[in-house]
Design a protein around this ligand. Structure first.
Ligand SMILES: Cc1cc2nc3c(=O)[nH]c(=O)nc-3n(C[C@H](O)[C@H](O)[C@H](O)COP(=O)(O)OP(=O)(O)OC[C@H]3O[C@@H](n4cnc5c(N)ncnc54)[C@H](O)[C@@H]3O)c2cc1C
Length: 249
């Protein structure tokens, strides 16, 4: 049974017409970076709740969630309409195994994400312990349009702090643009063609761990390529592997 508490909206950041972040204060129990909680609202007399990943680290008591509004979604459009000082229900306890606790230390950690799936990595990176576990951490964020890269300021802060250990690369799938740092295409395809490894200058091999978060199609297709082309396997409770994933739908 979920134990609920009431949070107060401190701020809403509107990034685009569909992307926004909620910052709230609530008396919740602590969490492990990478975990998610549940947010809920009473809509037409019915409590509607959904899972959202913490993007702040546990030390920061301003709880932040990066959210995409889904057309005709039962909850997300209502979250988008919230205002400062509004109340929201939040689960007291976080949950989930998309954390570093279940990952063996190795040379390189790859964090692959689509859309709001960058969220758990922002929590893990801000916490900072990950930089003791891996030689390099590579964060890849794929979005539809260049303006959907909402958290560049935060990623740049992390880059400044851990410059020799942290690599960040943006990808867009739909924008027609040209610059030297952003790749165009789909993560599975860019991995299959060796483009991501070439641009980063690091190989994905048995001394890598690959985390995947966001779009279920990206996750499914990428895992299949990693298994077949790279001979890597999923990280399971009873058997260490190189792939850990979290699907958002
Ligand atoms: C572990 C976990 C963590 C999550 N963390 C986040 C998070 O941090 N931020 C976030 O925005 N969402 C997150 N989600 C998704 C979130 O829980 C909701 O599913 C989402 O907000 C849609 O809810 P809704 O009630 O508006 O839509 P619903 O009425 O429930 O409609 C759901 C349908 O919308 C589609 N859908 C759901 N999410 C997306 C998406 N991001 N892009 C495109 N289509 C989608 C799917 O087809 C799904 O079947 C997470 C999901 C899980 C399982």
């Amino acid at each position: 049974m979920t134990e609920w508490t009431i949070g107060t909206i401190k701020k809403i950041k509107y990034w685009t017409k569909t992307l926004f972040s909620i910052i709230l204060n609530a008396k919740t129990n602590t969490f492990i970076p990478g975990q998610f909680t549940k947010l809920a609202l009473k809509i037409n007399g019915k409590k509607i709740c959904r899972a959202y990943s913490y993007i702040n680290c546990p030390q920061n008591k301003n709880h932040e969630f990066y959210i995409s509004t889904i057309t005709n979604g039962k909850l997300s459009p209502f979250l988008y309409s919230l205002k400062e000082d509004d109340y929201i229900m939040i689960s007291k306890n976080a949950t989930g195994v998309f954390t570093l606790n279940n990952i063996k230390s190795c040379e390189n950690l790859w964090m692959l994400s689509t859309g709001t799936g960058i969220g758990p990595y922002l929590s893990i990176l801000q916490d900072g312990n990950c930089f003791n576990m891996f030689k390099k951490i590579i964060l890849i964020h794929s979005v539809r349009y260049i303006n959907d890269h909402s958290y560049l300021y935060l990623v740049n802060n992390i880059k400044q702090k851990y410059s020799n250990k942290f690599i960040f690369r943006t990808i867009v799938t739909r924008d027609s643009f040209k610059n030297n740092v952003t790749l165009k295409g789909y993560i599975p395809d860019l991995i299959k063609r060796g483009i991501i490894e070439k641009k980063i200058g690091i190989k994905i091999n048995n001394d890598s761990h690959i985390m995947l978060c966001g779009n279920p199609n990206m996750i499914r297709e990428t895992i299949s390529i990693l298994e077949i082309d790279k001979n890597l396997s999923k990280n399971l409770k009873d058997k260490n592997g190189n792939i850990t994933s979290e699907q958002y739908w």
